[in-house]
Design a protein around this ligand. Structure first.
Ligand code: FAD
Length: 286
């Protein structure tokens, strides 16, 4: 089943993102994460993919397979292309098909200054188009409510998102944001540009100080005063910051649902405790 089909009969869709265990970590630890998340009954779970495009690292595919076969939940495999050739991608697509994984989040990936990009794919829309030639996959793509960090303007970026949709992406998942007004503005610009696929809002509950600094340096999300005040007020009280971060995410989600969002995609950071607290609070809204 294609992920985009979920949105035909359900609004909002609720989905989760997890990442594979770190290098040298055992894949078995993912069972603890999934055991903790399964009670939430997400509509699907997406699994991130290392930007290096290391073909030997099949953990994303293996974890998607576990999600599908052991937990009976629809998985979506992230796939980046900037460090891959078309042949590399074909090998991965073949493995995905063999495992019965039909849905892909097609991404360019971040450009690592130490690894020169390969020539076959420059942007994600080229990956989307290539996947379309390789079999029957449901294809999703990323979008950025505040504009992608390399984009000159939000309008330029929206027009580039449109290229992914025109190439065959049927569903979008947004980058995290802490001020819903960016999402609403992006959604409006997308509609004006003729983007007519479901757009899920990516929500990251911020639960510790390091995470905040890392996230902001990586994706450039704006921090509204309400958020920065919360972070400084509870900076030296980890439990209070965690609870405040959960409450902040719940507040964002309630506002998004009230404003008719297509779906909520929760960046779980493999933390079932936090995801469960959030889903308990919005249980009746599903
Ligand atoms: P693109 O859509 O190619 O866009 C990249 C930049 O190029 C943008 O500035 C865009 O405006 C511009 N652009 C796009 N197309 C064109 C074009 N045709 N001509 C000119 N300019 C163009 N990274 C990982 O490594 N692994 C993951 O698992 C992962 N998961 C993610 C999940 C989500 C929901 C999101 C939002 C991001 C994720 N990322 C992941 C990060 C992502 O790889 C980076 O943000 C990356 O820099 C851009 O990827 P993209 O697919 O959005 O690229």
């Amino acid at each position: 089943m294609s992920i985009s089909d979920l949105f035909v009969n359900k609004k909002p869709v609720f989905s989760l993102e997890i990442f594979p265990p770190k290098k040298n970590g055992s894949i078995d630890t993912i069972y603890d994460t999934l055991d903790g998340l399964k009670d939430i009954k997400p509509d699907f779970i997406s699994v991130t993919y290392g930007a290096g495009g290391n073909l030997a690292d099949s953990s994303t595919i293996d974890i998607c397979s576990i999600i599908k076969n052991n937990y009976n939940i629809t998985p979506i495999a992230h796939l980046t292309c900037v460090n891959s050739t078309k042949d590399d991608i074909s090998v991965i697509l073949k493995r995905l098909k063999e495992k019965g994984i039909d849905n892909i989040l097609a991404l360019r990936g971040d450009i690592n200054p130490e690894i020169p990009p390969k020539d076959d794919f420059k942007y994600a829309n080229e990956l989307v188009a290539y996947i379309k030639t390789q079999g029957d996959f449901g294809i999703s793509a990323a979008c950025y409510p505040e504009g992608h960090i390399q984009s000159a303007t939000l309008v330029d970026d929206v027009l580039n998102v449109k290229k992914k949709v025109e190439a065959g992406a049927e569903h979008l998942i947004s980058q995290l944001f802490f001020d819903n007004k960016f999402f609403y503005d992006f959604r409006e610009k997308s509609a004006i540009a003729g983007i007519n696929v479901p757009i899920e809002a990516g929500i990251m509950p911020v639960i510790n100080k390091n995470q905040i600094e890392r996230m902001v340096s990586m994706c450039g999300a704006s921090l509204p005063p309400k958020f920065t005040k919360m972070c400084s007020r509870f900076a030296n009280n980890p439990e209070a910051l965690r609870d405040a971060g959960i409450a902040y995410a719940i507040d964002q989600i309630i506002d998004l649902i009230s404003n008719d969002v297509d779906g909520i995609h929760l960046y779980t950071m493999n933390n079932p405790y936090v995801a469960k607290k959030i889903f308990e609070a919005i249980e009746a809204m599903r």
